[in-house]
Design a protein around this ligand. Sequence first.
Ligand code: NIG
Ligand code: FE
Length: 414
Amino acid sequence: VKALPDAATGRSGAVLLIRNIGELCTCAPGLPRAGAVPRAALVAVEGAVVWCGPGADLPGEMERRATTVIDAGGGCVIPGFVDAHTHLVSGGSRAAEFEARREGVSYEEMARRGGGIASTVRATAAASDEELLVAAAGRAAAALATGTTTLEVKTGYGLEVDGELRLLGLIEQLRGRVAQELVATLLPLHALPSGRDRDAHVHAVISHELPAARGRAEFCDVFCDRGAFSTDECERVLRAAAGLGFGLKLHGEQLDHTGAAMLAARLGAVSVDHLEHAHRDDAAALASAGTVGVLLPGANLSLGGVRPDARMMLAAGMELALATDSNPGTSQTTDMRLMVALGVGLFGLTPAESVVAATRGGAAALRRRDRGTLGAGKRCDLVILECETHVDLAYRLGGVRIARTLVGGVQRHP
Ligand code: NIG
Ligand code: FE
């Protein structure tokens, strides 16, 4: 086994062969069991897959030309996880709040007492840029070690226009410190800054924040829920964002049924995330709009309460993603293996549906059709697992060890 091409030099013409794959899950659409192929091999050139299939069918020419060979040791290979919803840049800890919630104070009551999002906003403002970058890069490294090859990262804990633009700048700097591609999302409506007039805030977002963030964030997201922002406020901001070229996302139907999902469908949003309170007609509208439903089991587990009806959403024809929602308030994790296990255990997905939601689904929620599946022409973003099949991810409750994580055909972990 030779060393993999160096990330810095990239070595042109390098042919990577991964052999002795016990099960290769391509996660390609329309196939049962996550497109599982037993006893498989995969070949990649210049960071892209050129061939994968049963090892017995590996073309001799490719085998001879391989410049790097990895023996998967009979392990399962899946596409790298695409974590399509994170709040990676934040300061402080809310472990004490977590404890208080377990002692009976609700999430919304906590927010009314000045905790919740506002407490992370204060801690983020108090932290230096370097402190925030080190913390966020540490989370991205943890994500890499658990198989995540693409990460969406939201602002949101800046709250005011200046604070939000600071966080956007930090996400840009973070790109130089992590192995994964980062997809930036502006989250201008997360919580109302204390003492601010609602209309004035929405107006400031539309007239200052969105134009200043144009071209720097790919998506614009809003927290459209009870106690956060109304569908009218969100619609004004999202329409302005769409006019400036942002793709649209919403945090919706998490705490109550507010109409956020219907708004997402009407605006042709790329995704609507959380969806605990979504109804059957919401799901039908999202399916016909092609809006991806991003389910967040970490937040659901942390807050308790109603679970999203994933089976109903799939039956309605929706495409589903699973993501960590990594944030200090409701889901302090970056581990997509755990999300796959919880997608099965909490939300009733099959192991295959859960793996597909964490890979192809995440890619769809970020409009990245070049990844999330393994096949000729796709990015060579993949994970070699120390287990026999994809079922083990759920069966072992997220405890499957990661042998290697490859990003763009280059081993970045360990
Ligand atoms: O996705 N729902 C709103 N935002 C985050 C939680 C933010 C926080 O509590 O800090 C979420 O769950
Ligand atoms: Fe979130």
